[in-house]
Design a protein around this ligand. Structure first.
Ligand SMILES: [Fe+2]
Length: 237
């Protein structure tokens, strides 16, 4: 398993180099514009709770690894509430007709957010606890990069608006440690798991596939942010 964790770490560093994160660090761009991709991520963020509840969690269980996973899911299944709150506080809470909201959430611009969900469901549905841990570790790794970037923007936003945010800030980052949470010494436990050759190959492939879908999703967020000018939308509203 150590080799799998090392690959996740390596892919995490590559993920951190995606252009979206340069865009988010660019202080010449308005701070709200640098978070303008948030609506595009809604489908993924809102479904993440259900990934935890209905796919990652299995109760009751006698499997010690599944027990750790269950514990983790109780932490991670309600963060969408903070996202909804932040959308209001960052004034990204645009009004839409219900039919337009549906077309947006299932539209072309947001297809990679949905595709990411479907792939996460695919890889966790009837999966082994080890496969689920890999999914959790990859989502934690990407989340850690993403929330490190958003937290910096929110520090600027707070200085300007004074409105408190939770999803995009250090508050959330404290829960997204970059690794599975809920138990101390979990990394030790994971490192010592022995995989058969077949499972090792499958695990490495799973890591590659997951980072591919996270990369597609993240690249689309940048396209969305670049194509949706916040100030123009506010004026048009
Ligand atoms: Fe979270």
């Amino acid at each position: 398993m150590q080799e799998v964790l090392t690959l996740i770490e390596q892919k995490k560093q590559e993920y951190a180099q995606l252009p979206l994160f340069n865009f988010m660090r660019d202080k010449t761009i308005n701070h709200r514009q640098r978070l303008a991709w948030a609506p595009c991520a809604a489908h993924f963020i809102m479904n993440f709770a259900e990934l935890n509840k209905y796919f990652l969690r299995v109760e009751p269980t006698n499997d010690p690894i599944q027990r750790l996973i269950n514990k983790h899911t109780y932490e991670d299944d309600h963060h969408w509430l903070w996202f909804v709150e932040d959308m209001k506080n960052l004034e990204l809470d645009k009004s839409l007709k219900f039919s337009d909201a549906l077309k947006f959430l299932w539209g072309e611009e947001t297809k990679n957010a949905r595709w990411l969900n479907y792939q996460l469901y695919r890889y966790t549905c009837q999966a082994t606890p080890i496969q689920k841990i890999i999914v959790i570790e990859v989502t934690e790794a990407t989340g850690n990069i993403m929330f490190s970037a958003t937290a910096e923007i929110c520090k600027e936003a707070k200085a300007i608006t004074e409105k408190p945010c939770r999803y995009f800030t250090d508050f959330h980052l404290d829960f997204e440690t970059g690794h599975m949470t809920g138990e101390s010494g979990i990394e030790e436990i994971l490192q010592h798991i022995q995989l058969s050759e077949v499972n090792r190959q499958e695990a490495l492939e799973l890591v590659e596939n997951l980072f591919t879908v996270f990369t597609q999703f993240t690249s689309d967020l940048l396209v969305y942010a670049e194509n949706h000018k916040i100030e123009q939308e506010l004026k048009a509203a």
